[in-house]
Design a protein around this ligand. Structure first.
Ligand SMILES: [Cu+2]
Length: 467
């Protein structure tokens, strides 16, 4: 097991992954390509294409790209649907279903016009299939069990084959018992790079991708509750929770692309600090230039992908997160009453006589919980745990940091540590005298002691009635 200190210390990217060298070509071309399995949750370095048309590969956050083999001009991949153990954060391992050793499955990268053959082996205990979300393909390759194909029985391998007709960012996931199989983590990314320079697809220096996913795993257990429809307690990026989500490390003035796909059951407004981006593509393809506008938050609906492009021209450690505040929290009870402003010393004294371990929660807010070492059941994610240079960050879940550095080397994704602020550029405490604030007086029309029953704001009440 890796402690958080080690985890953060060794940087975001495995320095020398040998994945690319894990050749699939040893097996005779007539046989199945040997499946490549990867169980590390580290962000793998971009996989430079060893064969086929060249392209600028993506970096999958806490993930990897599946190697392929060329067979008579066809790119062959081998996906294995199987139970996996995913370290969602150090000390918390979830029992999920995924592909080739992990959830999400490996990213598949091809080039527009490539002929692609995908072998899918089912090592689950029930039928599965793969739907290639967003692709143009023959109807019988679309992967909807019952509609387009029979389900892949346990132990069997099916072959999908089609041409990657249009460039873009796509996803893959089962269309077989999908509520269960997606709740268990079966999903992955697919990138089709443009064949030539594309008028609507700029070349970028760094290209990141990740999937939004969500799980409901009770504290102390490891397997998601598959019947949960909306009330998930773990909001994850590529089945990881902050601070176990790697930072997005870029060099100052890099052109950066982040591709985010949503396979949860709710929308996620993904928010970037310090920069504004253009939504340059969806899973429908590149966005026309006339339809682009600058944003700092992109709401990504269920089953959507958004491709965000920006120039990283502000050095610093910039928060990058879902703007739904409960999505930057990890497993916690939902039934905790709001106790802010409640002095419960007396109550606590009485409860302690009955329950000796009782702990008062949230008297000044919930931030205290980030600093508290609470006894948690084994295999439980800390509620919020990120430690920054100024103390607890107070967020978990769907949160990471965009690290923009002038001295980051081209192609270097390793974690440079925390930003060193130039002197005089950090918010500081005012130590002068404080004048008493002038408060606005209640409007003369407000009659104290009068019951105002009007509820519609438009109906002319003054904002002080109703109590
Ligand atoms: Cu969210």
């Amino acid at each position: 097991m890796v402690s958080r200190r080690n985890f953060l210390g060794r940087g975001g990217v495995a320095a020398a992954s040998t994945l690319a060298a894990a050749s699939v070509s040893k097996v005779a071309m007539a046989a199945l390509p040997e499946p490549v399995i990867q169980t590390s949750a580290d962000t793998a370095p971009p996989l430079l294409p060893p064969s086929g048309r060249p392209y600028n590969p993506v970096v999958t956050l806490n993930g990897w790209t599946l190697p392929w083999r060329m067979n008579n001009g066809v790119k062959e991949f081998h996906l294995v649907a199987e139970p996996v153990v995913r370290e969602m954060s150090p000390g918390f391992r979830a029992h999920l279903w995924g592909y080739n050793g992990q959830s999400p499955g490996p990213t598949i990268e091809v080039v527009e016009g490539d002929r692609v053959r995908l072998f899918v082996t089912n090592r689950l205990g029930e039928l599965t299939s793969i739907h290639w979300h967003g692709q143009r393909l023959p109807n019988g390759m679309d992967g909807v069990t019952g509609l387009n194909q029979p389900g892949i029985p346990p132990g069997k391998t099916f072959v999908y084959e089609f041409e990657a007709r249009r460039p873009g960012t796509f996803m893959y996931h089962p269309h077989a018992d999908e509520m269960v199989q997606m709740a268990m983590g079966m999903m992955g990314f697919w990138i089709t790079h443009p064949k030539n320079r594309h008028p609507l697809i700029d070349e970028v220096d760094r290209d990141f991708c990740f999937l939004l996913n969500a799980y409901d795993i009770d504290p102390g257990s490891a397997t998601p509750k598959i019947m949960t429809m909306l009330d998930f307690n773990l909001w994850t990026w590529n089945s990881r929770i902050y601070p176990a989500i790697d930072p997005l490390v870029v060099r100052l003035n890099d052109k950066v692309r982040i591709r985010v796909g949503n396979l949860t059951m709710t929308n996620h407004p993904i928010h970037l600090h310090g920069h504004e981006f253009l939504v340059t593509g969806t899973d429908g393809g590149p966005t026309p230039k006339t339809a682009r506008q600058y944003e700092v938050t992109a709401d990504i609906a269920v089953g959507q992908m958004r491709q965000l492009d920006f120039l990283a021209d502000e050095p610093g450690d910039w928060a990058f997160h879902c703007h739904k505040s409960h999505h930057t929290m990890n497993a916690m009870g939902h039934d905790v009453p709001t106790m802010i402003g409640v002095d419960h010393r007396q109550v606590a004294r009485q409860i302690t006589q009955l329950v000796p371990d009782y702990m008062v929660m949230g008297e000044r807010g919930m931030k205290d919980m980030t600093e508290m070492e609470m006894p948690l059941p084994d295999n439980t994610a800390p509620m919020m745990a990120g430690q920054g240079p100024f103390g607890a960050i107070g967020m978990g879940g769907m949160f990471s940091v965009l690290k923009v550095r002038a001295d980051q080397k081209r192609g270097d994704y390793s974690d440079p540590g925390w930003y060193q602020h130039p002197p005089g550029t950090v918010a500081y405490e005012w130590t002068g005298t404080l004048a008493e604030p002038t408060r606005a007086q209640p409007a003369a029309a407000t009659k104290t002691g009068t019951e105002v029953k009007i509820r519609k704001p438009a109906a002319g009440h003054k904002g002080h009635g109703g109590h």
